[in-house]
Design a protein around this ligand. Structure first.
Ligand SMILES: Cc1cc2nc3c(=O)[nH]c(=O)nc-3n(C[C@H](O)[C@H](O)[C@H](O)COP(=O)(O)OP(=O)(O)OC[C@H]3O[C@@H](n4cnc5c(N)ncnc54)[C@H](O)[C@@H]3O)c2cc1C
Length: 416
């Protein structure tokens, strides 16, 4: 390989980090290292659903990636209108069907380990992965030496590494983000400083998410006709709590994601004691819903505190895929050199941040609709939810990609 134009370190080998690594493989003049805290890339046992908008981005990673993802899904991708998520009113002894969300294109559902496995198998030789490397902090020397001196990464095990560009894909409790905020605060006046530092500690959304996989056989042995085996996604809705279930890994597992929304705790500091236990939250739900929860052995708790993105539109992973692809496009572009990396990152920020913020608001509203916390009457729920969600199948990333390339190529355009 010729001399690389720069070396990128990706901190975090989750959905976004691995997508970025594969997307960057189109640019052989960039060397990539992925540093992952976990011992293995396959530790999180959960399902993720990818809506058409993000699936079309994954397709851009190559025919082979797409084929392997389809094999893991066990069904084809379609762009036709299809029934998507079945919604039931379930906070009563006998549940009632409310509406079925129609989506243009189907949601592609994966076991997260299967999904990451496909991405890992497509990493090029120019990308190295490092497990058990938990980043503790980084030192960016631009204030002390030349702006292009390498960034030093410091890991929890005491080891260090260097890179030219560092991408924080380290999830909800991002260390890169908190170091970045501290760094930013250093050069601010006391009032601004306080406001930036206050962003470091997460504020709780009042939402508790429970997420687990159960072996399908376990449920089948007891309830062979359970609704969840009928395909698609079922959302069991109720006052202040709801959950959804669907099969992944060719029907081998059932992914369950449950949520409680405590409006009185919005914007408080997260306290584990304040959350409502899973079984109590759903104790008055219809039988069909409770049968699913009976099969849950161990419930993983995710206090979705730091992330502005509530998971009520199943969009967080999809958005990180979009982020990764656009970021790879601006960094990999031949006009981007080590000197112009800041501009490339500013373009990425300009094009992605408003979009993600908008989806975050939509996702929050979806949760409130599902938990009957709005004034929307039941007969209008379907229509309101569809309108709020259709960005995920009616719009595409392509416009932003074109805009990004234009901004990279024409440096006379101001990015602010
Ligand atoms: C219950 C629930 C259901 C969801 N369902 C969906 C869905 O159906 N569809 C969807 O699109 N989204 C869904 N999401 C959201 C989705 O899981 C996240 O938005 C997505 O995983 C974010 O990707 P990421 O790459 O930013 O972070 P992650 O996928 O969380 O990856 C972060 C990685 O960084 C590593 N890491 C952390 N700290 C460090 C460190 N200091 N050093 C090195 N490595 C580090 C972690 O080990 C991890 O591997 C759901 C979320 C919840 C809570």
């Amino acid at each position: 390989m010729s001399t690389p134009k720069f070396r990128i370190a990706i901190c975090g080998g989750g959905v976004g980090g691995l997508t970025l690594a594969v997307a960057l493989s189109r640019y052989p003049d960039i060397v990539v290292d992925v540093y992952e805290a976990a011992q293995s890339f396959y530790e999180v046992g959960a399902g993720i659903g990818i809506w058409p908008r993000a699936f079309k981005v994954l397709r851009k990673l190559g025919r082979d990636v797409e084929q392997q993802l389809l094999q893991r899904c066990g069904y084809e991708f379609t762009e036709e209108y299809v029934p998507g998520v079945k919604h039931r009113k379930s906070d009563q002894a006998v549940g009632i069907p409310l509406f079925e969300l129609m989506t243009k294109g189907n949601q592609m559902r994966f076991h997260r380990a299967d999904f990451q496995g496909v991405l890992l198998s497509h990493l090029p030789p120019s990308c190295k992965t490092h497990n058990a490397k938990r980043l503790k902090s980084y030192i960016q020397p631009f204030r002390h030496r030349s702006r292009n001196s390498p960034i030093t990464l410091i890991f929890k095990d005491g080891s260090t590494a260097t890179c030219d560009v560092l991408i924080g894909a380290d999830g909800i409790k991002s260390i890169v983000r908190s170091c970045m905020m501290r760094e930013l605060a250093e050069c601010m006046d006391p009032v601004e400083k306080q406001s930036v530092l206050s962003c470091i500690n997460p504020i709780w959304s009042g939402v508790t998410a429970y997420r687990t996989l159960i072996p399908a056989e376990k449920l089948r042995a007891r309830y062979p006709d359970h609704r969840v085996f009928g395909g698609g996604i079922t959302q069991y809705l109720g006052k202040d709590a709801f959950f959804l279930g669907y099969t992944v890994s060719l029907g081998k597992y059932i992914n369950i994601a449950g949520f409680t929304l405590q409006p009185d705790l919005v914007d408080t500091v997260y306290e584990a004691d304040a959350r409502i236990p899973l079984r109590r939250a759903f104790q008055d739900f219809e039988e069909d819903a409770k049968l699913l929860l009976e099969c849950v052995d161990r419930v993983a708790l995710l206090g979705d505190a730091a992330h502005a993105m509530l998971p009520f539109q199943g969009a967080g992973a999809g958005l990180s895929i979009e982020d990764a692809y656009l970021l790879a496009t601006v960094l990999g572009h031949k006009a981007t050199t080590l000197d112009t990396v800041p501009r490339a990152l500013a373009i990425y920020d300009k094009l992605r941040r408003p979009f993600s913020s908008d989806v975050a608001l939509r996702s929050r509203l979806n949760g409130q609709l599902c938990a009957f916390q709005t004034d929307v009457p039941l007969h209008e729920l379907g229509n309101t939810m569809t309108k709020n969600w259709e960005w995920a199948w009616l719009t595409e990333l392509d416009g932003a990609l074109e805009e990004a390339v234009k901004l990279v190529e024409d440096r006379s355009i101001n990015i602010s």
